[in-house]
Ligand binder design. Structure first.
Ligand SMILES: [Zn+2]
Length: 270
């Protein structure tokens, strides 16, 4: 059986109940060579980054890290929420360095209220990018800001906002911050292949299928033409440290999501 492509990295979120160490074990057992660790999974599992790093090394897994995002908003209009959110994300960059993960996925933050002026948020995003770039440069890793799904209060979603984010990264001279293209999120807005062709500075990918019922559906169980999308995404990331994190959790049967992904992805060999 051919090995899976080394860029495919299931998110440990898919195997939440196994704990982060158990999740890595199951991911390696399914034949993967990389994994995306959710920072909150490390905290929830009460595991030290050192132990986690040893476990990943023993299993032969390369890692990326997904910064904490649930309940946080680094662009919040509430200064205290904003500051706490940024601190937790910036701290996770240090965790990534301890894990020797080369890429950290960070959510861009959202509007606090739909009646707010998005320009205020663009201004805060610029300030936040400068903070992220300084820390990433210091630690020698790359931050990937994720394009979000079409949803109330999210504003980094469609092509115009991702193009503007690319310009922002250039204008502040960010050397260690790029964009994470989430294929399923793109699919909630338009054609993911158009995003692949046009989104600037793609340094990391998130991959799942998408359907009317579920934004993150299991691979092959949605409406996306993944057979066309995946080779292009692999090509985009060829010269980067970025991985393609596999998402799409099945809460009722967590191991099935990994099994389906491994089976589906075998056709894309390196
Ligand atoms: Zn995310």
């Amino acid at each position: 059986m051919p090995a899976l492509h080394p860029k495919f990295a299931p998110a440990t979120r898919l195997l939440w109940r196994a704990g982060v160490l158990g999740a890595l074990e199951a991911i390696a057992e399914a034949g993967f060579l990389a994994a995306e660790v959710w920072a909150s999974h490390i905290v929830d599992s009460r595991v030290s980054p050192r132990l986690l790093k040893t476990q990943a090394e023993q299993l032969g897994l390369k890692l990326s890290l997904h910064a904490p995002s649930y309940d946080l908003n680094p662009l919040s209009s509430n200064a205290e929420i904003r500051s706490l959110s940024r601190r937790l994300v910036l701290d996770s960059l240090e965790t990534a360095a301890r894990l020797e993960a080369k890429t950290v996925v960070v959510h861009p933050g959202a509007l606090s209220s739909s009646t707010d002026d998005p320009e205020d948020y663009w201004h805060r995003l610029e300030e936040y990018v400068v903070q992220l770039d300084a820390k990433a440069t210091h630690l020698g890793l790359t931050v990937a800001i994720e394009g979000m799904e079409k949803k109330k209060l999210q504003f980094i979603t469609g092509m115009p906002s991702l193009e503007r984010l690319g310009q922002l990264l250039e204008s502040v001279g960010a050397r260690h911050v790029g964009i994470c293209l989430d294929i399923a999120h793109a699919g909630t807005i338009g054609d993911p292949e158009e995003f692949l062709a046009r989104v600037p500075q793609i340094v990391h990918g998130h991959l799942s299928d998408t359907s009317e019922e579920k934004t993150h559906a299991l691979l092959g169980e949605g409406r996306l033409d993944l057979g066309a999308i995946i080779p292009k995404l692999l090509q985009k990331l060829e010269d980067t440290n970025g991985l393609i994190a596999i998402e799409g959790r099945l809460a009722s049967d967590e191991p099935r999501a990994i099994a389906v992904a491994a089976e589906f992805l075998r056709q894309f060999t390196s």
